[in-house]
Design a protein around this ligand. Structure first.
Ligand code: SF4
Ligand code: SF4
Length: 572
């Protein structure tokens, strides 16, 4: 196995860029307040914006702040009095462009005032909308049927438990939607508080109950010990009837094999968490990817816990779905620190010319602008502009540019193709007639896996050549054809798993290109099986060895590449 390591770190000259230290924090609750206060303490001018008037916060999050050691009243007063914090509410972001340190935001504040702000970074900390799904149960909210949030606030105020009479309370959790661990935890904690008055009888009816979440097993055991009756129903919702006479909950108990009827004093419905209505439009304006539930932050290990696909935009707390207040506060503090590290000096030194654009070749098709996964390309003065602070040097823009107008430092087409040819035709033939295999390896995953396989002494094909690329999305179809033309018997493209791809779409793009080239191989007399795409994690040394060994066996069966055979004949 050889890797000539084309990624020699040639020193690039660094240039100074000036940046703004102002920060836009989006949200109106506890988490947004903490982020704003932390930033202001570090000397950043903060624009605290939200669609709601004032800093009020969602009752749910205010209600659970006792987990966090944050005193809500003093936080609220501090935020309102801090000269470094400007509260802009109700606000709307109308336009947003630029790059980290120099974003331009146009805001509508109080409906009619349009403000232009230059800001260095953004923290999104807005709160979800909670829905109890009364319609799905066929009932309306009443004294006998309440939401979990209502019950929590009553329990916290203690008034709910102050009556003399014992109460029969039924909690319904996870029937109308997929419950999440945090919401379950809230429901069990509320049930425990309800059961703290020993004369109360508390039932907890659930489906999809997960105890794997941190602390859930202990909490559930405590709840059982407190006398709460847990009933897990599989595949059926309990019946819920509510009229002037009272409320009835019925279900089929699988353990005893009978229908059970409870006439409770109160039914508590767990709520589902929905992204607030501004999330969709805001994601388009800020060019942020959403997760499958429509919250900010696409599922990807590199986004966790507080990052987004756009450098300079952090996502904290409930803006990315249900999360505990405590975690939200920790994230707000971490994001504020991240922002401070990025912006604190008001200037930054960045390497010059990592991306080189040949403007004579560029036809301004904007393919690069549309495909940059990190939103590092803007379109200004009729040409694409590359942000050195945002660019992660994945090379996707270079591979997708139809005019080959973009070159990436250390990974230029000329250099990569020269390496491919040199590795294949310049190397001595593999010992024992082994197939000549080329593996294009993403340096974030497959290259790591290859190094691991090597370190562990796993057997790898003798004729295997590795070509390191910054991302599988950098692999131009022309590189694959160059490898075959130079005499490779088999070519592999090895990238990351979809949710582990640092460039979000790099591996997908590579897979599509491989499929496309497969379709053209037959025209050159090559079996399409000679080209392979695979994805693997950086820790998957054994999997790497397995993939390349299977490829070697397959190529042995297919025999020497006709191109290689023709090339050997020519050389005689
Ligand atoms: S993809 Fe290439 S041709 Fe199109 S705008 Fe970008 S640099 Fe120009
Ligand atoms: S190299 Fe990647 S991150 Fe940088 S501008 Fe191109 S596509 Fe965007």
């Amino acid at each position: 196995m050889t890797d000539n390591n084309i990624t020699k770190n040639e020193e690039l000259k660094k240039v100074e860029i000036s940046i703004s230290t102002g920060v836009l924090v989006w949200g109106s609750g506890l988490i947004a307040g903490v982020a704003a206060r932390e930033l202001a303490k570090m000397g950043h001018e903060v624009f605290l914006c939200s669609p709601e008037p004032g800093i009020t916060g969602n009752a749910h999050f205010w209600g659970r702040a006792d987990d966090t050691n944050v005193d809500l009243e003093s936080l609220s007063a501090e935020v309102e009095e801090d000269a470094w914090i400007q509260i802009m509410a109700p606000a709307e972001i109308i336009e947003f462009y630029g790059s980290p340190g120099k974003f331009q935001a146009r805001l509508k504040v109080n409906g009619d005032l349009s403000l232009e702000k230059e800001i260095g970074a953004v923290i999104l900390a807005n709160e979800p909308v909670l829905r109890a799904g009364f319609e799905a149960w066929g009932v309306s909210e009443s004294e006998r049927v309440r939401t979990l949030s209502w019950v929590e606030s009553e329990l916290f105020e203690k008034s709910f438990l102050s009556g003399e009479d014992p109460l029969k309370i039924v909690f319904l959790c996870g029937f109308t939607h997929h419950s999440n661990p945090y919401s379950q935890q809230r429901a069990v904690e509320a049930a425990l508080r309800a059961a703290s008055k020993r004369t109360n009888r508390v039932f907890f009816l659930t489906e999809h109950f997960k105890v794997a979440h941190k602390g859930m097993e202990r909490l559930t055991r405590k709840a059982r010990e407190a006398g709460i009756l847990f009933v897990k129903l599989s595949g059926s919702m309990p019946g819920l009837e509510c009229d002037e006479e009272g409320v009835e909950v019925s279900y089929f108990d699988e353990t005893v094999g009978e229908e059970v009827l409870i006439k409770p004093d109160l039914v508590v419905l767990e709520e589902s968490y929905m992204p607030p209505p501004e999330t969709g439009p805001l994601s388009e304006i800020l060019e942020l990817n959403l997760d499958r539930d429509g919250f900010f932050q696409e599922e990807n290990i590199y986004n966790r816990p507080i990052f987004s696909n756009r450098v300079g935009v952090w996502i904290v707390g409930p803006a990315k779905g249900p999360i505990s207040c405590q975690e939200g506060v920790e994230e707000a503090r971490a994001a504020a620190l991240g922002v401070h590290q990025l912006l604190s000096e008001g200037k930054k030194y960045v390497p010059e010319n990592r991306i080189v654009l040949d403007s004579k070749k560029c036809t301004i098709c904007l393919t690069c602008y549309r495909l940059c996964p990190h939103r590092a390309i803007s379109y200004q003065n009729r040409r694409p502009i590359f942000s050195e602070l945002s660019c992660k040097v994945c090379g996707i823009c270079a591979a997708e540019c139809p005019m080959d107008a973009i070159q990436i430092h250390d990974f230029s087409d000329k250099r990569l193709k020269a390496q491919i040819i040199d590795d294949i035709s310049g190397a001595p033939p593999p010992v024992g007639g082994a197939p000549l295999l080329v593996a294009f390896c993403c340096r974030n995953s497959a290259l790591e896996a290859a190094n691991l396989a090597s370190l562990r002494g796993l057997t790898l094909p003798g004729g295997l050549k590795l070509i390191s690329v910054p991302c599988a999305g950098k692999i131009d179809p022309d590189y694959l054809l160059t490898a075959f033309r130079a005499g490779a018997d088999g070519v592999m493209v090895l990238g990351c798993h979809h949710e582990g791809c640092k460039s979000f779409r790099g591996s997908d793009l590579a897979k599509w290109r491989v499929e496309f080239i497969k379709g053209t191989l037959a025209e050159s007399g090559l079996d399409e099986e000679r080209l392979f795409f695979g994805s693997l994690a950086p820790c998957a040394g054994s999997e790497f060895a397995k993939i390349v060994t299977e490829m070697e066996n397959l190529i042995r069966d297919l025999g020497e590449s006709p191109v290689r055979r023709a090339l050997s004949r020519k050389s005689f």
